[in-house]
Design a binder for this molecule. Structure first.
Ligand SMILES: [Zn+2]
Length: 742
């Protein structure tokens, strides 16, 4: 076995594959099929064997009787001895069934912090965090760090053979072999030989080295950053959350899923009666409910964690509700009586058409005495302490509009919209003489969920809608329900009155407010991002020279969505992404870096000012580069990207070839049904703006030069700069289109 070259992944994989093949071949050539028969028993002894031989020769009934007596005696003797040993000597009754083992509940002491036990994951995390990061968020003098010399990153220390032997010694000789058929016992025999042990350790070290650096390597690969770059900084730039936070998020997600289990699930039978989740025959003997309270406090296990966190979601759910039976669903049986009208207008003309279409429906519905119209809407406040509010408006002929509203607890916007549809359908079905229902909503997802009683967030609302509609639709084949999408930006008629009703009411959350599954999941992601942001503030994580630019005056916070905030606005170019990453991390081919890592090349700038070529010098001072006046590239991310664009050879290795074109990250166009917001966060009315100025005027009179045009995000179009300023759409000192980086 040659292990001289195992540092590349392919060589390592080849070697491991060879080892696995050798084990497999050995198993295939040597393993015998075991035949289990009545004599492969532990009690079989020499007497039984003799009697068996005797009977086989003679085949006489007398010898058969002797065999029976011999086996009976052997069994009795054997089991008496076993019972004797177990009952008096070792007192281990579970030895009678060798497939079970003694299972002691772990009686560990709870970790205490500030003299209080840490019973939840959050407490534990706080204890750990506060113990090791006690100095974080305290005022510090950063200058002292500048005198401290940069230490080289610590190497990954390889495993030693002593470690391998110590760890192996803890493994049981009798534990069942894995798919490779190798037992710990065989491995222990193998590593007695020093050469074998040495090779094993080297392979293990090589495997772990590649695992430990996996995320960092991925980040370096995405960004094209230097190998010396700080790990936290590169993973943040690449949008990869720190592994420990990612794992914590997954654990928190798993707590939210407790509610989604079938109510006879074995895991629930281990929990207490407190949450009332288990509906099976009987609780497991080791269930939390049968533990003494003092024991409950001491026991640590994932079931205890699930118990403690079972109420992060408290909406009722049922993975196998009868309304979701395939072939028996409302949509299966009454498909012809349900229609959807879910057009999403893509431009202004389509939006106007949509308004006309809705107006026509409204008029036609108002004239028909058998038609009832309901519009559902919800409001989810940005303030975490307030509950979501749902509202619906009902209108029938001359009656109405009558508006009703309710609280919806902690919910995402789609959950709340679904709850609003459920309320609207409930109101519409109150009178039996109405045969046609029009349901208006601005959420296509909630409309699609409305008749889907399978497991999803807000499932109970879907079940309520389905069961009510089932009764109503089955009463008469002419009855009909139609779900209609209303773009919220239209502020249309009865839907807008629901919207107003929902947004005007403010109700604080209570301790028992209903929490939806998606809301809980969203919270765990928010917590991860919050913790990541906190970590990112610390120079030990993100690197001391991480360039902290701002967007719209706010520091950029780390995120894993859409790549990362940095990659999202960068567009797709490997060369320029690498330039950005290197300069942000200050691990770039510039003099400052060369001096820090003692590289032999020139460290001073070639401009007339001379001096050390630092990043700050390049961004702010060096006369070799073009930059906008009054737009310091170190502060605002937009200006920083403009600097990179204007100077495409900065932070790159010198090259003969011209630099590739700078990618323009395309500003994300909002779909027209989302209200556009202006700089103050107020909604902007396109119609009103369009009235205030006729955008087409002036543009056709004379060909405008490109620098005279300005991008007005509110109108999605380029306008003459003077006119835009005169109309108050942009500020006079604005240099570029405001929508460039949005
Ligand atoms: Zn210079």
């Amino acid at each position: 076995m040659d292990i001289s070259n195992i540092d590349t992944r392919n060589a390592l994989e080849d070697l491991i594959a060879g080892l696995a093949r050798a084990c497999n071949d050995a198993w295939n050539s040597n393993a015998k099929t075991v035949k289990v028969n009545t004599r492969s028993k532990a009690w079989w002894n020499a007497d039984c064997a003799t009697a068996m031989r005797q009977y086989r020769q003679s085949r006489s009934p007398a010898d058969y009787g002797a065999l029976r007596r011999a086996t009976k005696a052997a069994k009795r003797q054997f089991f008496d001895e076993r019972i004797e040993t177990i009952a008096t000597k070792n007192k281990r009754p579970w030895d009678l069934m060798n497939w079970t083992k003694q299972r002691n509940l772990p009686t560990y002491e709870a970790i205490c912090y500030n003299e209080a036990p840490c019973n939840t994951m959050d407490d534990l995390w706080q204890a750990l965090h506060a113990t090791y990061n006690a100095a974080s968020d305290r005022p510090v003098k950063v200058e002292v760090l500048e005198e401290v010399e940069q230490e080289p990153p610590r190497e990954w220390v390889d495993f030693s053979t002593a470690e391998l032997r110590e760890e192996l010694a803890k493994c049981s000789n009798t534990s069942a072999p894995g798919p490779d058929h190798l037992t710990w016992y065989q491995l222990k025999k193998l590593v007695i030989d020093n050469d074998v042990a040495d090779k094993f350790t080297k392979i293990a070290s090589a495997c772990l080295r590649s695992l430990a650096q996996m995320q960092r390597k991925a980040a370096l690969w995405i960004l094209g950053a230097f190998r010396t770059s700080p790990g936290g900084g590169v993973e943040t730039l690449a949008g990869l959350p720190p592994v420990h936070l990612h794992i914590k998020k997954l654990v928190d997600h798993s707590f939210a899923r407790t509610r989604t289990l079938l109510n006879t699930h074995p895991t629930l039978s281990l929990m207490s009666t407190r949450h009332g989740l288990f509906r099976g025959e009987e609780f497991h003997p080791c269930a939390i409910s049968s533990m003494a309270p003092s024991l409950q406090k001491r026991v640590k296990s994932s079931v205890m964690d699930a118990e403690a966190n079972a109420s992060v979601v408290n909406e009722p759910m049922n993975p196998l509700h009868e309304e979701a039976t395939p072939g028996q669903r409302v949509s299966d049986l009454f498909g012809a009586q349900i229609t959807y009208d879910l057009d999403i207008p893509r431009d202004k003309e389509a939006l106007a058409d949509r308004r006309n279409h809705l107006d026509a429906l409204r008029t036609e519905g108002g004239l028909d005495p058998r038609t009832v119209m309901v519009a559902a809407d919800a409001s989810v406040p940005t303030d975490d302490r307030l509950q979501a509010i749902i509202a619906c408006t009902l209108i029938h002929g001359d009656v109405g509009p009558s508006v009703s509203r309710q609280v919806a607890g902690k919910a995402t916007s789609d959950d709340a919209e679904l709850a609003a549809i459920a309320m609207a359908v409930g109101k519409a079905l109150q009178r039996p003489d109405w045969d046609r229902i029009l349901v208006f909503s601005d959420s296509t997802k909630a409309i699609k969920w409305a008749l889907d009683a399978s497991l999803h967030s807000g499932q109970m609302h879907s079940i309520a809608i389905c069961s009510k509609l089932r009764t109503w639709l089955s009463d008469h084949p002419d009855r009909h329900v139609q779900f209609i999408h209303v773009p919220s930006r239209l502020r249309w008629d009865i839907h807008f009155s629901s919207h107003e009703a929902a947004t005007q009411l403010k109700v604080p959350q209570g301790p028992r407010s209903r929490t939806s599954l998606d809301y809980a999941r969203k919270r765990t992601v928010e917590q991860m991002l919050k913790e990541w942001t906190r970590l990112f503030q610390q120079p030990e994580y993100s690197g001391r020279s991480f360039l902290r630019t701002k967007r719209k005056g706010k520091p950029i916070a780390p995120s894993h969505l859409d790549g990362s905030p940095w990659l999202k606005v960068m567009g797709k170019s490997n060369a320029h992404t690498a330039r950005m990453s290197r300069s942000i991390l200050n691990h770039a081919p510039i003099g400052e870096y060369r001096r820090r890592f003692n590289l032999s090349e020139e460290v001073n700038c070639s401009c007339r000012n001379g001096g050390l070529e630092t990043r700050a010098h390049i961004l702010d001072q060096c006369p070799k580069y073009t930059r906008k006046r009054r737009a310091p590239a170190r502060l605002e991310h937009k200006n920083y990207l403009e600097f990179l664009e204007a100077n495409p050879r900065t932070f790159a290795f010198p090259s003969e070839n011209p630099p590739p074109p700078f990618p323009k990250a395309r500003p994300k166009r909002k779909p027209p049904d989302q209200p556009t917001r202006n700089r103050n966060g107020r909604e902007v009315h396109h119609r009103r703006l369009a009235h205030r100025m006729q955008p087409d005027e002036g543009l056709h009179d004379q060909p405008a030069r490109p620098e005279d045009l300005i991008w007005v995000p509110e109108l999605f179009r380029l306008l003459q700069r003077d006119e835009a300023i005169a109309a108050g759409l942009v500020f006079a000192d604005q240099q570029q289109g405001a929508g460039l980086l949005d």
